[in-house]
Structures are given as structure tokens and as C-alpha cells.
Write a protein that binds this ligand. Structure first.
Ligand code: NAD
Length: 375
């Protein structure tokens, strides 16, 4: 089977879906690999490195011609896939709720489109989970971005000229990104606190040496929550959370928000009045900015200043570390492909009734088939 690796065309997308390492591994499985020229340029991977790994490097049409499998980071439109054959499988982050017409286009073109972000949260699929691999890097980068924008130091410093106190960092939403943000802020010497609606995160926060700040008066989500995901909270919970945040946030220098609810806009966690209570020079990073934002006034792709505090709303935080993000994303794709590889046929064989395949397959045989899109 020929596997094609695309150069990303989406705005501000510097990642790439394969690296020389995964190209070699795919060839090791018996695949033929073609990479579009320039695909790795923003992830510091030259065409020559792909060629050395054994890939054919060429233009888009030559790359796609005859491929049974096409790999991308963000979903291309069908118009971006010249000459793609009916029956070809596409693996990428497809954002079907943001752009349904593109997904319908895959169905019409006979493409079997698999959305990597729909990967089920089961142990077997952990190594294929792009949301985890990319969120982890985003959590790290959010703290680095905050530290850069903060006009003070993170660690306590005792100098001959006097003592500088440690920065206070508050992380709201303790999933994959939040946990990495806590760990990174701790490594930089900050005093860290964190909150979530899922009770299972309390122990995780404390195990990283941070203080857990939780609503006690109203019940949150027991344990991990369904599949590790949160749901929208009651008005009573929201009011109790707002009161808790108001009293805590005025003492914080840095706030990182990562709270998401699948299929819904991100919950609003910080109001303009709460921002006004913070010390001038404080920095907030809103990782949920592209899903509607956790912070009032945050804007996708912008750094906004209000009441003397900065709100960072960078898009695609993982993409700001394109080399590492690509390396992990490419391994996620390889792990998926190799798990379904038919050694004798030297091709991917997507077992129709497998939980993973059912979880990620959006289109097949000319139709949209995923239950979240057909219901
Ligand atoms: P996410 O990106 O969906 O959300 C980020 C965090 O925001 C979550 O912890 C969520 O509980 C929290 N949140 C939502 N609403 C909130 C609110 N109003 N206030 C405060 N916090 C709020 O989550 P995620 O990073 O994808 O991971 C969530 C969990 O799933 C983690 O425990 C992770 O370990 C688990 N997980 C498991 C697998 C697997 O088993 N394969 C893979 C990925 C993640």
C-alpha cells in the first residue's frame, strides 16, 4: 500500500503528519511512502531527510496518485486532494462539527475519512491519542508563554539586594494539558494551585505538589467522569465555583485555563470583574480560546490587555512546538496504522467492528456513517 503525507495548507499549521522516523517504520511494515515537498519545513524537517528515510518526495498530485492511505494534520478539503481515488482512507484531525460540509465532501468523493480526535479513550488506544499528545505539549507551552509575558520571575530568589517572591500560578481544568501545566510551573519554582470539576483530579493535583482548590458546598463530578470528560455543571455549582475563584484569583499572578466540555462551548470560568481584581502585570493563558474561551475578553490568536493584565489567546499551542508536536502526532498515526496492518497483504486492514475503527470512522462507501454525525 502506498501512504501519502501531505504538506499542510491550513492557516498557521506548522505540524506534519510523518517524520523520517515514522517514514522508516512505515516502510519497515512493507508500505511505500510518498511525502509532498515542503511538508516538514515548519517542523525543521527537510525534504532530503524524508528522502534519506526512503520516501519519494514530489508535488501534491504525484504524492496522492495511487495512495491507499493519506496522512494529514488538519483535514484538507476534497479540492486540496487532486486525483484522490475513491476508497482511499484519510487520517487527520477533521473537526466535523466546525466544518460539516468538508466531511460531506469526503463522503461524496468516496473517501473513508477517519477523525483522529475521535480516538476512544481506552487503554489500547492511548498510544494513538492525538488529543493527549498535543494537549500535553500545549500545557507545557502555556506556562512557558506565560513566563515570557510575565515581567517577574517564577522562582523565589534570595539575592544580596533582597528577596523576590515566587509567582503564584493557578491552573483551571486539570486534564492532560492542565497536569502538564502544573508540572511545568512547579519545575520553574512557582507556587501552584489548581481546580477541576472531576473529583479524581484532586489526588493528581496533590501528587504534583500543588494545592487543590475545590468547590465543597455543591457536588462536582464523581471520579474521572464519563470517559474522563466533564459535562456542563448546574447553575448552583457554577455560582459556588465563581465565588471560590473570586476569592482565590486576586492573589494569583498567572492563571492557565484549559477547561473543555465535549460538543459544547467551553465553560466561562473568569469574568471581567475577576480580571479587574488581579494585580497589574498578571498573565492569563486561555487554552480553550478556540472553543469559545474560559476567560471573558480572550480572543483567538491575540494577546489582549485589560485592567493591566494580559490574556494570551494563542491558537494551536502545540503547533508552536512544531517539531515535538509533529514527532508525537506522527507516532500516534504510526501506532494506529501498525495496529491494523495486514502483514501478508502489506496494507492497512480496518476491521469494521473494531471499537477504534468505529470510534474514528466518519465516512465510508459514499456516506457519513459516524453516529455522532448521523443522529
Ligand atoms: P478535556 O480537554 O476534555 O478538558 C480539560 C479539563 O477541564 C478536564 O479535566 C475537565 O474535567 C475540566 N473542566 C471541564 N469543565 C470545567 C469547569 N467548569 N471547571 C473546571 N474544570 C473543568 O480533558 P482531557 O485533557 O482530554 O482529559 C480528561 C481526562 O481523560 C484525564 O483524566 C485524562 O487522563 C483522561 N484521558 C484518558 C485517555 C485514555 O485512557 N486513553 C486519553 C486521554 C485522556
Amino acid at each position: 500500500m502506498k501512504i501519502a503525507v501531505l504538506r499542510e495548507t491550513a492557516d498557521a499549521e506548522p505540524r506534519v503528519a510523518a517524520t523520517p522516523e515514522t517514514v522508516k517504520k512505515l516502510i519497515g511494515l512493507g508500505a511505500e511512502v510518498a511525502v509532498e515537498s515542503g511538508a516538514g519545513v515548519h517542523a525543521s524537517i527537510a525534504d532530503a531527510a524524508y528522502a534519506d528515510a526512503g520516501a519519494a518526495v514530489g508535488d501534491r498530485a504525484a504524492t496522492i496518485a495511487g495512495a491507499g492511505l493519506v496522512l494529514g494534520v488538519q483535514g484538507p478539503t476534497v479540492a486540496d486532494l487532486p486525483g484522490i481515488a475513491s476508497g482511499t482512507t484519510l487520517l487527520a484531525i477533521l473537526a466535523p462539527f466546525a466544518d460539516r460540509a468538508r466531511v460531506d465532501g469526503y463522503a461524496q468523493a468516496g473517501i473513508n475519512a477517519f477523525a483522529m480526535e475521535f480516538m476512544p479513550r481506552i487503554t489500547r488506544a492511548q498510544s494513538m491519542d492525538v488529543l493527549s499528545s498535543q494537549s500535553n505539549l500545549a500545557g507545557y507551552k502555556s506556562v512557558i508563554d506565560a513566563a515570557e509575558a510575565y515581567g517577574r520571575a517564577f522562582p523565589m530568589m534570595m539575592t544580596a539586594a533582597g528577596t523576590i517572591s515566587a509567582a503564584r500560578v493557578f491552573v483551571m481544568g486539570v486534564g492532560v494539558a492542565g497536569l502538564q501545566a502544573i508540572a511545568t510551573a512547579r519545575r520553574l519554582g512557582a507556587i501552584v494551585s489548581a481546580t477541576d470539576v472531576r473529583s479524581a483530579t484532586k489526588e493528581q493535583i496533590e501528587s504534583l505538589g500543588a494545592k487543590a482548590i475545590f468547590v465543597d458546598s455543591v457536588k462536582g463530578i464523581e471520579g474521572e467522569g464519563s470517559g474522563g470528560y466533564a459535562t456542563e455543571m448546574s447553575d448552583e455549582y457554577k455560582a459556588a465555583q465563581a465565588a471560590l475563584v473570586s476569592s482565590h484569583i486576586a492573589k494569583q499572578d498567572i492563571v492557565i485555563t484549559t477547561a473543555l466540555i465535549p460538543g459544547r462551548p467551553a465553560p466561562r470560568l473568569i469574568s471581567d470583574a475577576q480580571l479587574a481584581s488581579m494585580r497589574p502585570g498578571s498573565v492569563l493563558v486561555d487554552l480553550a480560546v478556540e472553543s469559545g474561551g474560559n476567560i471573558e475578553g480572550s480572543r483567538p490568536g491575540e494577546v489582549v490587555e485589560v485592567h493591566g493584565v494580559k490574556i494570551i489567546g494563542h491558537r494551536n499551542l502545540a503547533g508552536r512546538m512544531a517539531a515535538d508536536a509533529s514527532a508525537l502526532y506522527a507516532r500516534n498515526l504510526f501506532n494506529l496504522i501498525s495496529a491494523f496492518w495486514d502483514k501478508d497483504g502489506k496494507a492497512a486492514a480496518w476491521t469494521a467492528d473494531d471499537e477504534i475503527v468505529k470510534g474514528i470512522k466518519l465516512t465510508e462507501g459514499g456516506a457519513v456513517v459516524h453516529e455522532r454525525l448521523t443522529a
